[in-house]
Design a protein around this ligand. Structure first.
Ligand SMILES: Cc1cc2nc3c(=O)[nH]c(=O)nc-3n(C[C@H](O)[C@H](O)[C@H](O)COP(=O)(O)O)c2cc1C
Length: 348
């Protein structure tokens, strides 16, 4: 967004950097600050969420959990809904049938969820073809039956994540937000794109403002936020109460926490420890699955390093099937990364 466009926005009542560091109440639950980690299937599993939480994220959301599969006992869905070690555990449910959503919400709550989030934003064809995710924005009456079912099923707060609408001709997020508020939803997250945009173009943070104006609910703005400046711009443009960060956290789950530290002008209290994250993935998934699931995280982390990592070493780490080997290399690489960080902090 250009500075001219930003100037046209009404002044927020509180400076965005200060706002970010404040707690946010969602019904009876308090998020400790307003820079949150987004739900991301295949990424925000429980080790990733624990890493983000340790580094100071205000709150973290599970990967989307398919309601029917959770109810019918799929182990994969049970693992996605896992929240051990997270003081605030948010489980995101996806589905298209009220019965499954109702039942899945009860299971998640019984297993310790502090908040249930409903997915009405996922654009993936395999999800929308089943009329779940953002396809629900094409039929708000049906979407509301799911919201009613979940709100009625549980005592914990229920929140809703959506896009602006299905396409540019059907921007209905403000209407959905209003109806969701009436149905008992307690927080909204809005990704500033339509479903048909998938991830193309830029997120339209100012279009998210219409959603904020339609309700009195707290609202998070989401889409293309990768640093403190983006976070401030998104808050000003949208009038939102907080931010949610997705893809920019690849290889750096500490990003939400670092944005908060930067907003407060303090040194981050606990920087990201890739070795700790890796060991957590191996513990959670076991050696065989863990060494596979961890590869993308190691790859992203290596891409973010400013020092040279030999292609041969990278390849070895990305193909290793023994975690002990990977840990030795990761420890050495992390020592280099930490030395660089220390000297840049000393120089500052
Ligand atoms: C790999 C991937 C998986 C995602 N999975 C989910 C999901 O399970 N539930 C959901 O609501 N959104 C999901 N999203 C959307 C993100 O939560 C977020 O809305 C989107 O990426 C825009 O934010 P960003 O620009 O900060 O990434 C996913 C996005 C990505 C890239």
């Amino acid at each position: 967004m250009t500075s001219a466009a930003l100037k046209e926005q009404p002044e927020p009542s509180i400076e965005p950097a200060k706002l970010l560091a404040q707690p946010l109440s969602v019904g009876s639950v308090v998020y400790r600050n307003r820079a949150l980690l987004a739900p991301m299937s295949g990424v925000s599993d429980v080790p990733f969420r624990r890493a983000a939480w340790r580094a100071g994220a205000g709150m973290v959301v599970s990967e989307m959990v398919a309601s029917e599969a959770l109810v019918t006992g799929h182990v994969e869905m049970q693992m996605k809904a896992e929240g051990a070690g997270l003081p605030v555990h948010v489980v995101q449910l996806a589905g298209r049938q009220a019965e499954w959503m109702d039942h899945a919400a009860r299971i998640a709550e019984a297993n310790g969820a502090d908040v249930i989030d409903i997915n009405m934003g996922c654009p993936a064809r395999r999800v929308t073809q089943g009329y779940s995710g953002s396809a629900l924005m094409r039929d708000l009456d049906h979407a509301l039956t799911l919201i009613h079912a979940v709100v009625k099923a549980v005592k914990v707060p229920v929140t809703l994540k959506m896009r602006l609408g299905w396409d540019h001709d059907t921007i209905n997020a403000p209407e959905l937000a209003k109806r969701a508020e009436d149905a008992g939803i307690q927080l909204l997250t809005v990704h500033g794109r339509t479903r048909c945009q998938f991830y193309k173009g830029a997120a339209d943070w100012s279009a998210v403002r219409q959603v904020k104006q339609a309700t009195s609910l707290p609202m998070l703005v989401n889409g293309d936020i990768a640093n403190l400046q983006n976070a401030k711009d998104a808050l000003i443009a949208s009038g939102a109460d907080g931010i949610m960060i997705g893809r920019a956290s690849y290889g750096q789950p500490d990003l939400p926490g670092r944005i908060i530290s930067e907003a407060q002008n303090v040194v981050p209290h606990d920087s990201y420890d890739i070795v700790e994250h890796y060991v957590d993935m191996i513990d959670f998934y076991g050696e065989a699955l863990g060494t596979k699931c961890s590869r993308k995280h190691i790859g992203w982390w290596m891409e973010r390093q400013t020092f040279n990592i030999e292609a041969k070493l990278k390849m070895e780490m990305m193909t290793a099937s023994a975690s002990s080997k990977v840990i030795v290399h990761l420890e050495a690489l992390q020592a280099q990364a930490q030395a660089i960080l220390r000297s840049s902090r000393n120089a500052a």
